[in-house]
Design a protein around this ligand. Structure first.
Ligand code: SF4
Ligand code: SF4
Length: 67
């Protein structure tokens, strides 16, 4: 049976400010040198706190299938 879960998805509008890193209770977001923020889908629980904290509105939640 397929299980669905929500994860945060970062879009290209990200300005790498770091607000989402601070707001994430699961430590699921990282910013690597010279890149936009990246979400670790295995750690993310889809709580949406990062999206609320993002000043660039560059995070949405997406439903993904876990296999
Ligand atoms: S949705 Fe929640 S757990 Fe996932 S990256 Fe955002 S703040 Fe972290
Ligand atoms: S809060 Fe938004 S703009 Fe800032 S690093 Fe996270 S995704 Fe990028």
């Amino acid at each position: 049976m397929k299980t669905l879960k929500k994860i945060a998805v970062i879009h290209k509008e990200c300005v790498a400010c770091g607000s989402c890193l601070k707001g994430c209770p699961r430590n699921a977001v990282a910013i690597y040198k010279g890149s936009i923020a990246v979400v670790d889908g295995a750690k993310c629980v889809g709580c949406g706190k990062c999206a609320q904290a993002c000043p660039a509105n560059s995070i949405t939640l997406a439903e993904v299938a876990i296999v």
